[in-house]
Every structure is written in C-alpha cells, then in structure tokens.
Design a protein. Sequence first.
Length: 255
Amino acid sequence: MRTHHKQIVSENWVKGLTIWLSNQDFGFCFKGSGWNSFSETDFDAFAGFGIKKQIQGFQSEDEITEFVNLHRDYIITHVNYDVKNHLESISSNNTDEIDFPELQVTIPKVVFKLNKTHLVASYFRADYNEIEIQKLISEIARATTSEIEKAKLGTLNWRLTKSQYIDALTALKTHIKRGNIYQANYCQELFWPKSELNPGATFHQGFEQNPNPFSVDYKLGKQHCISFSPELFLAVDNNTLFSLPMKVIAPLSKS
C-alpha cells in the first residue's frame, strides 16, 4: 500500500525533474496533453523512479499476466519490437546498438503526479519516510538545466547507403503495383556516434520547443529513450481498446 505526500512546488520544479531522473538507474516521465485523454488521468507530468519489483526479459505471456494481477499498482512497461519473435513463427536480425532488454515490466518505488504546482508523491514506507520524500523533492528542485549546454554531437551517420535506400524503395513500389500492399512506411536510422549529452535536459528542452501530446522520457540502466510523439498506438480505457494515429483511417463502406 502506497503512502501519499502532497506539496506545493514552484512552476520551475518540473524543469529539474527529468534532469534528476537521468542520474537514476530507472526513471520515467510522461508529459503532454494527450495522456489526459484517459478517464483516470489528469496531470502536467507523471513520473517516477526506483525499481520495487520487476520482470526483465520475455519468458511467457502468463508470467506477465500473473505479475499484473498480483500487483495492483503503477506498472511501467516497455516492449521491444523483437518480442514478436516469441509470439509468432517469424524472426529478424536488425542492427541494435542501443541494447534495451526485450521486455521490462516495472513497479516504481516512487511516483510523482504534478498538476500545475500541486505535486503528489506516492511511495512505500518500507523504502522512504515523509521527511526523506520532502528532501527528495527539494533535491529535484535544485537540479539545473545548464548540463544541456555541454551537449556535443558526433558526426551524423546513416544506417543505409543511398543506393540501398533507393533499392528498397524500388522493391516497395513493385509490391504496391502487384497489390501485395497498398501503403508502406519505410524509414532508416540516423545516428551520431561518440556524442555527449544529458538526455533528461534534452527532453525538457525538446518538449518546451515541441510539446507533442504523447511525450515520454525513459531511463533504464545505461539505456535512455526520449520520444515526442503526436500519436498513440494502442490504449485500453475502461475495457475499451482505442488508437489515436495521425493517419485518417476511413471506416469500411457498405460496398
């Protein structure tokens, strides 16, 4: 059972939050108006850190179901694309230089819910007491965004050569002409090796400049992911499954 601590913080408190989370072994922050589309959400930022309980790596669907049913709590999950290899008779061998685990299911030790200047911290008394939580909130307030000035990017690289990219586009056009597919999203990876930056500070600055409705900052060990997305893939709300894609999908006509 979680204990809740309520406190008024300055409007600048959230600025130090993601920077502070960058120094934790596990941390996350959801920002953006889109998350408030759900029936039980209302926040400017929803964040947390620390691992209370976890599943790392995919074993079975039953293990995940049992974990969720046993722990009725905040559960933060990431699913790697290659989990599909465990669910279907398919496989892929894509280059992966980020090395996130295939699956991570986490119950965070502390959760922050911020609405304007009203902060609610939810925690377990086995891990923290109220005085420690207050000190933690003050520590976050002292985090600085100056680290973003130290960012140094390496040389821009493309995963595919120009000829490889054009060959792939030619193959896709052939599939469309044959009727095998009617649409395709084809992307390639751009990367900057040997770069130095603070992901949390980058997330904060990026959101200020481009406040997409489904923005997420996610840290696990040495891996860090930041995302500014205008669309939602799938969500379940009151037993209703829905999606919020950018593309307009027209309903099927009677004919």
